[in-house]
Design a protein around this ligand. Structure first.
Ligand code: FAD
Length: 521
């Protein structure tokens, strides 16, 4: 080990950022260099695009993150101009589909909505920032609860967790009260409550949403001594992890500005490049444990949109409350979300996570002639997140003989819902129907989103207690047999979960980063 142990991190999303922060805060000698394939979008690296006020700047930042689908900006991201991107689905703004249907596209007919983001901050520059805690069987059984609670607390602090966002919104309060009445049978730990989110409340009632800038914290503060030991290289595509005798020795990196390739030596490597591109990079580097890419899970999502009913809401909020809420909201038109509620997961009675987002406008264009158009009380967009049970056969495989648009072994994703999930979909649809009818009138009825829509992809580099072929990494996120090669992200989650995964993945990253920082000496 050199006197300045160097850690190379692949990916600048929340997980790469958590690794960088914990390693540098825990080890006073270490240096971290982070490589990110995408461009830096904002002056402060990794800031949430949701915080950008100017609509044109926001739209540009989103387009810049869309990799092969970045339109006129595509070439500046090192992607050949000829890449054709026609596809049957459009990804959410700021993200791009894996199976975009053009040259070098992945193949995911059974998981068509799979998408990601390519930019400094990763998906963490675009995310909704919901960070509920995992509970019961969602947690990792071989990490003791006594340690887990501490890891979650650190993860919440890194993400700037806020448990009472918009708690003073009278409309948000009315929504909670109506849901509590409707679901009075639910156990105490599954009562409607405010949704924990990542961000800092501002004096004007708005939120400054967490991006990886906030996770990096002092690492990007030029006045902090930690900043001198941290470097972020954008538009730097990691092509391979180099190994010697089972140890990672560094990376092969392509500078996407010059298209020159260089080697970077490191004492340890952390791969946190999302749940599809991380296993792809391992595969391309010749690291191919049996479970790599397999056991893919996500959250099947049943969603709907409801126009809030004046009479129902009027039982808990007055016209004056609504007027003052709308006045307050008009000061912050950049952020469509005005209140966030949920019904949390609870075993065995409510094995789902319901998310209820209130906004003045529906999330899609509503025909002005629609009877619920222009509803003064606004709308809620609601989604039930469901569990997918891990199975070896659900997953991504890589083809050495067919390269993708970036020149990596191309991906094929295979995925299927089984009876267990279909039963849950039926039950969640019933519950969502009850929730919607208790709040108002459906503008969009409950429906199951296409596979891949959750953007919460888990299991493809799952951690395990022992190396029995059903996992890729050990309980400290080290790839089995490669002690200084660490993997990070939702791909590590080995359980069936229903909650948004980033908080859990940051907690796992804190555990892995502490162990790595100690091992670096
Ligand atoms: P990412 O954020 O995906 O970052 C990975 C980075 O690695 C990317 O920037 C990518 O460009 C880079 N990369 C990939 N390959 C390479 C390579 N070879 N070389 C160099 N760099 C590479 N989660 C929640 O918990 N709650 C939510 O409310 C929520 N809402 C979401 C809403 C949206 C619209 C989106 C897109 C995601 C949402 N998510 C949410 C998911 C959340 O954003 C992810 O869980 C989180 O960002 C994962 O962090 P990560 O660091 O593992 O990966």
């Amino acid at each position: 080990m050199s006197t300045t142990p160097t850690v190379a991190i692949v990916g600048s999303g929340p997980i790469g950022a958590a690794y960088a922060r914990v390693i540098l805060e825990s080890n006073p000698a270490a240096r971290v260099v982070m490589f990110e394939a995408g461009p830096q979008l904002t002056e402060i690296p990794g800031e949430s695009v949701r915080n950008i006020v100017d609509p044109a700047a926001k739209a540009r930042a989103r387009e810049l993150s869309q990799g092969p689908q970045a339109g006129a900006l595509r070439e500046s991201l090192g992607i050949p101009a000829g890449t054709v991107v026609e596809g049957m689905f459009t990804a959410r703004q700021g993200t791009h589909l894996f199976d975009f249907g053009g040259d070098g596209s992945a193949h995911a007919p059974t998981f068509p909505a799979a998408a990601t983001a390519t930019n400094v901050g990763g998906q963490g520059a675009h995310w909704t920032c919901a960070i509920p805690r995992p509970s019961g069987s969602e947690k990792v059984s071989f990490i003791p609860d006594s340690e887990w609670d501490g890891l979650i607390a650190v993860a919440e602090s890194l993400l700037h967790a806020q448990n009472a966002a918009f708690a003073d919104s009278p409309i948000g309060g009315g929504i909670r009260a109506l849901l509590a009445e409707e679901f009075s049978e639910l156990p105490a730990d599954s009562r409607p409550s405010t949704l924990p989110v990542a961000g800092d409340p501002q004096p004007d009632g708005s939120m400054r949403w967490t991006g990886t800038d906030m996770v990096l914290g002092s690492l990007i503060d030029p006045d902090s001594p930690l900043a001198s030991r941290f470097e972020l290289r954008d538009l730097s595509l990691v092509r391979r992890v180099e190994l010697q005798g089972g140890r990672a020795t560094g990376l092969v990196v392509e500078d996407l500005r010059s298209h020159e390739t260089y080697e970077f030596a490191a004492d340890a490597v952390v791969v946190a490049a999302d749940a599809f591109r991380s296993p792809q990079l391992l595969w391309a580097s010749g690291i191919r444990p049996r479970a790599l890419g397999h056991y893919l899970t996500e959250h099947p999502v049943v969603i709907s949109t409801v126009a809030l009913d004046a009479d129902k809401m009027g039982r808990f909020a007055t016209e004056d409350d609504l007027t003052s809420e709308l006045a307050r909201r008009s000061t912050n038109p950049a952020d469509p979300v005005a209140a966030v509620n949920r019904i949390p997961y609870s075993e065995p009675d409510h094995p789902f996570s319901l998310q209820v987002m209130y906004a003045e406008l529906p999330p899609f264009q509503l025909d002005p002639a629609h009877p619920q158009a222009g509803n003064r009380w606004g709308y809620v967009n609601m989604g039930y997140g469901l569990r997918k049970r891990p199975r070896f056969e659900d997953g991504v495989t890589f083809d050495d003989d067919e390269l993708d648009y970036r020149g990596f072994p191309n991906m094929s994703i295979c995925y299927e819902l089984t009876d267990a999930e279909n039963d849950d979909v039926a039950r969640a649809t019933e519950l969502l129907t009850r929730a919607g009818e208790s709040l108002g009138t459906f503008v969009a009825p409950p429906r199951l989103m296409p596979n891949g829509s959750s953007l919460h992809y888990q299991g493809t580099m799952r951690m395990g207690e022992i190396d029995d072929g059903t996992s890729v990494a050990d309980p400290y996120s080290r790839v089995w047999g490669h002690e200084n090669l660490i993997v990070g992200g939702n791909a590590l989650i080995p359980t069936a979960t229903s909650m948004n995964p980033t908080l859990m993945s940051v907690a796992l990253a804190v555990r892995g980063a502490r162990r790595l920082a100690a091992e670096l000496g």
